[in-house]
Design a protein around this ligand. Structure first.
Ligand SMILES: Nc1ncnc2c1ncn2[C@@H]1O[C@H](COP(=O)(O)OP(=O)(O)OP(=O)(O)O)[C@@H](O)[C@H]1O
Length: 735
C-alpha cells in the first residue's frame, strides 16, 4: 500500500510543470469531499462539515444545500464544485501565508482537531495521492478510499490525518518555488516514517488479535471440557452424596435402635397379652421404676417406723416423771431432743420422697418419649419407603420423622437445591372406594393450593408436590429440625412464662399473616403437633389439611363450617360444636386455639376436657359448656398472662395493640386509638349474638403500640357487664 502511495505521490510531484494541476487537484479534492458526504449519513455529514470548518476555517455549506448536490460525482456540477474548490483555494491561500514550521504546527493542530472524523482524512489522503497517477485509477481510488474509510480504525485514521494535511502545503510550496528535491525528501521520509509506524501498529494489532482469538478458542475448549466433565461427574457426585447421606442415616438408625434397647432395659418394654384369640399390647415397667417404687416403699416404711417411735416416746413421758426434779428435767429434755430428731428425720424422708416423686415424673416423660420412639422405629421398619429411595429423581429419602393419620413424613435431601426437606408421603388406602380416594386427593390438592402460596417466617414452606404411584403422592415441605410443640410439652409439660409467650407471639404473627392476605385463611387445626421448630427455635405453623379460605362475601358473622366433626376437640371453640344449625366460624377459631395452646404451655394441661377422650368431649358437650377458665394456683403466672384469658384488661396493664384482623375490636378501632390517641374509645361488638359496647379508657401511651388502659363492657342498656364472660375475644390482644 505505501509503495503504491509513494509512486502516486512522486508522479504527482513530477507533473507539477502543468500549471493547471493545482486547480485540478482542488477540483478533485472538492469531488472527494462530495463523495465523502454521499458515503455518510446526513447527521454524520453535518458533523464532518462542522469539524472541517474548525480545522480549516472553511465557510459552512449553506443549510439549504441539498445532499445530492454535495454528493454529486460530476466535474460539471458547477455549484458544488465551485463552493468546494473555493474552500480548498482558501485553504491553500492560508497555507501560503504560513511558513513551513507553521505548516506542521497546523498539521498537528488539524490532526488533533480532526479526531472526530479521522476516517474521512485517511480517504482524502489516499485519494489525493492516487489522483496524480492516472485518471481512471483516480476514480477507483476514490471509491475504494471511501469504502475503506467506512471500515477504518481510529488510531490508523489519526496517523493518516497527518499525511493528508501534508499534501495541500506540498502543492502550495511547489507553486511558490520551494526546492522540489528537499520537499520530496522531507515528504518521503515523513511518509516512510508514518508508514513504518503504521505497519508496526498493524502488525501488533494483528498479533494481539491472533493471540486473543487463540485464547478465546482455548477458553471455549476448556469450558466445553469442564461442561463435559461436569456432565460425566454429575451422576457420580450425586451417587457419592447420596451414599454419604445414606451412611449417615444408617448410623443414625443404628444409634436410635441401640438407644431404644438401652432405654427399654431401664425404663421398660411393650409386652404382648393374649386373651383367647385377642392379642393386645401392654407396657411392662422396667427396673428404673421398680427401683423408684422400692425406694418409695422403704421411705414409707421408715416414716411409719419413726411415727411409731414418736408415739411411744410420747406415751413413755408421763411414766417417767416420778424421780427428782432434776432427773425429770433431764428426761424431759431427752425426750424433747429425741422428738426433734424424729421430726428432722421425717422431714428428711419427705424431701427424699419428693425427689423420688420428681424422678417418677421424669420416668413417665422418658417412658412417653421411649414409646414414641419405639413407635417411630416400628413405623419406619414397616414402611415401604424405608430403603433410601430417590423420589422424583431429586429427593433422597432418609429416616422416618413420624407417621400421621394418613401420611408418613421422611427427612429427605433435595439433590437439586442441596437442602434438607421433609417429604410427606400421602398414602391412599387401597381398600378405599374410588370416591373416597378422589375425595382425599381433592382435599390434598386443596391443601397444597392453599399452602403453596404462603410465604412467611412462621409458616412452614411447601416446596413441591408430585405423584409417586396411583395410590401415593408426596408433598415436599421445609424441614424443621427441632421438635414439634407436642414433643416439647411431652418432655416438659410446663414452660416458663417467658418461653410460652415468645412461642405464642410467633404463632400470632403467622395468624396475622394468614388474615392480612387478600384471601384470608382459617387454619382450623392449631394444636401442639402442628407447631414445629426449626434449628434456631423459630416456631412455624404447619398442616393446612383442614384450613378454610374465607370467601370475600362472608359477612361479619363468619363463614359456614361445612366440615363439622373434624379437628382436635380440645383446641376448638364452642361455635364449632353447634348442632342446631350450621355453625358460623371466623378467624376467632384460631385465636381460641392459640389461647388453649398458651394455657397448656403455662399450666401443663388443657383448660377444657384435659383428661377426656374426643368422644367424651362430644358426648358431654364439654367445649360448648366451656365458659370460665380456672387458673391453677401453681405454677404462678403473671396477671398479664391471665388477662389474656379473662378478657379483663386491668387498669395500669400494658397491652399490645396488634390484633389479628377481622376480629373485634376491628383494626380500624385500633388504628384510631393509635393515630388520634383518644381518651375514650367506644366500639360496638357482637358476642354470642348480643350487642355490647366495649369502652377503652386510654390512660397513657407507653411506647409505639403499647397503651395503658381500662376496658369496660356494657350491654345495650348501658349496664356494666362482667367482662370475664367473653373469654376468647380478648385473646386478640396477645402480642
Ligand atoms: N416439615 C417438617 N419438618 C420436620 N418434621 C416434620 C415436618 N412435618 C411433619 N413432621 C413430623 O412428622 C411427624 C408426622 O407428621 P404429620 O403431620 O404427618 O402427622 P400428625 O400431624 O402427627 O398427624 P395428622 O396430620 O394425621 O394429624 C410429626 O412428628 C411431625 O413432627
Amino acid at each position: 500500500m505505501s509503495d503504491d502511495m509513494l509512486m502516486q505521490f512522486s508522479s504527482n510531484s513530477s507533473n507539477q510543470s502543468d500549471q493547471s494541476l493545482p486547480t485540478k487537484i482542488a477540483k478533485l479534492e472538492a469531488r472527494m469531499v462530495g463523495k465523502a458526504s454521499s458515503a455518510t449519513a446526513p447527521v454524520a455529514h453535518s458533523q464532518q462539515a462542522a469539524s472541517w470548518s474548525v480545522a480549516t476555517k472553511f465557510p459552512e455549506p449553506p443549510e439549504s444545500l441539498p445532499n445530492e448536490h454535495l454528493s454529486s460525482d460530476s466535474d460539471d456540477n458547477d455549484n458544488g464544485g465551485e463552493f468546494l474548490i473555493q474552500a480548498n483555494t482558501q485553504k491553500r491561500r492560508k497555507l501560503d501565508e504560513d511558513n513551513s514550521g507553521m505548516v506542521f504546527e497546523h498539521v498537528e493542530g488539524h490532526a488533533s482537531q480532526s479526531v472526530a472524523e479521522p476516517r474521512q482524512k485517511v480517504v482524502e489522503t489516499v485519494d489525493t495521492n492516487k489522483l496524480a497517477s492516472d485518471t481512471n485509477r483516480k476514480k477507483q481510488s476514490r471509491g475504494r478510499g471511501y469504502s475503506a474509510s467506512a471500515r477504518g480504525r481510529g488510531s490508523r485514521g489519526n496517523d493518516q490525518t497527518k499525511i493528508q494535511t501534508v499534501s495541500p502545503p506540498n502543492g502550495q510550496l511547489e507553486k511558490d518555488g520551494w526546492p522540489k528535491e528537499q520537499l520530496r525528501r522531507d515528504d518521503l521520509s515523513l511518509l516512510e516514517e508514518e508508514n513504518t509506524t503504521l505497519r508496526e501498529k498493524v502488525g501488533n494489532l494483528e498479533e494481539a488479535l491472533r493471540k486473543s482469538q487463540h485464547l478465546t478458542q482455548e477458553l471455549e475448549k476448556e469450558l466445553k471440557d469442564i461442561k463435559d466433565i461436569e456432565l460425566q461427574m454429575k451422576p457420580k457426585r450425586l451417587k457419592t452424596l447420596s451414599d454419604l447421606l445414606i451412611s449417615v442415616s444408617k448410623a443414625e438408625r443404628q444409634e436410635a435402635r441401640m438407644k431404644v434397647r438401652q432405654d427399654s432395659l431401664r425404663l421398660g418394654n411393650v409386652g404382648v397379652i393374649r386373651a383367647g384369640t385377642l392379642i393386645s399390647e401392654t407396657w411392662e415397667d422396667g427396673p428404673a421404676l421398680k427401683d423408684l417404687n422400692v425406694q418409695l416403699r422403704n421411705l414409707l416404711e421408715m416414716k411409719e417406723a419413726i411415727e411409731r417411735q414418736r408415739k411411744s416416746l410420747k406415751k413413755k413421758q408421763p411414766d417417767k416423771v416420778d424421780g427428782t426434779d432434776s432427773e425429770a428435767g433431764v428426761q424431759e429434755d431427752d425426750s424433747l431432743i429425741q422428738d426433734e430428731i424424729y421430726k428432722s428425720r421425717l422431714a428428711c424422708i419427705k424431701r427424699e420422697e419428693e425427689t423420688i416423686m420428681r424422678e417418677r415424673d421424669r420416668y413417665e416423660l422418658d417412658k412417653a418419649r421411649l414409646i414414641r420412639e419405639m413407635k417411630r422405629i416400628r413405623d419406619e421398619d414397616g414402611s415401604r419407603f424405608n430403603n433410601f429411595q430417590i423420589l422424583n429423581h431429586r429427593y433422597a429419602l432418609l429416616n422416618l420423622l413420624g407417621k400421621g393419620g394418613f401420611s408418613e413424613v421422611y427427612k429427605a435431601f433435595d439433590l437439586v437445591e442441596h437442602r434438607y426437606v421433609a417429604c410427606k408421603l400421602h398414602g391412599l388406602n387401597a381398600q378405599w372406594s374410588e370416591e373416597k380416594k378422589q375425595s382425599y386427593v381433592r382435599h390434598a390438592i386443596r391443601e397444597y393450593n392453599i399452602h403453596k402460596s404462603l410465604v412467611h417466617n412462621h409458616i412452614v414452606r411447601l416446596w413441591d408436590i408430585f405423584e409417586i404411584d396411583q395410590n401415593t403422592f408426596c408433598t415436599v415441605l421445609e424441614y424443621c429440625s427441632g421438635k414439634d410443640l407436642d414433643a416439647v410439652l411431652k418432655a416438659m409439660p410446663v414452660l416458663p412464662e417467658r418461653e410460652a409467650r415468645i412461642i405464642i407471639v410467633q404463632i400470632f404473627r403467622g395468624l396475622v399473616y394468614l388474615n392480612k392476605r387478600a384471601q384470608k385463611i382459617i387454619h382450623y387445626d392449631l394444636k401442639p403437633g402442628n407447631v414445629l421448630f426449626d434449628e434456631f427455635g423459630t416456631a412455624k405453623v404447619t398442616d393446612f389439611g383442614l384450613s378454610k379460605i374465607v370467601e370475600d362475601d362472608v359477612g361479619s358473622q363468619g363463614m359456614e363450617l361445612t366440615s363439622q366433626g373434624a379437628g382436635t376437640y380440645w383446641y376448638l371453640p364452642p361455635e364449632c360444636f353447634e348442632l342446631n344449625k350450621t355453625p358460623l366460624i371466623s378467624s376467632k377459631v384460631d385465636v381460641w386455639s392459640a389461647g388453649i395452646l398458651l394455657y397448656q404451655m403455662l399450666f401443663g394441661k388443657r383448660p377444657f376436657g384435659h383428661d377426656q377422650t374426643q368422644e367424651r368431649i362430644l358426648r358431654e358437650d364439654t367445649i360448648i359448656k366451656a365458659r370460665k377458665v380456672d387458673f391453677p394456683s401453681r405454677p404462678a403466672v403473671s396477671n398479664e398472662a391471665k388477662g389474656k384469658f379473662s378478657k379483663r384488661v386491668c387498669v395500669g396493664e400494658t397491652i399490645s395493640l396488634l390484633p389479628p384482623p377481622s376480629l373485634s375490636p376491628s383494626p380500624a378501632l385500633i388504628a384510631s386509638v393509635y393515630y388520634h390517641n383518644l381518651i375514650t374509645v367506644k366500639v360496638g361488638c357482637e358476642i354470642d349474638h348480643l350487642s355490647y359496647t366495649l369502652q377503652f379508657d386510654v390512660f397513657s401511651r407507653k411506647s409505639f403500640n403499647n397503651y395503658v388502659f381500662n376496658l369496660s363492657v356494657m350491654d345495650k342498656h348501658a349496664n356494666h357487664v362482667d367482662a370475664t364472660e367473653f373469654i376468647h375475644d380478648i385473646l386478640l390482644f396477645v402480642s
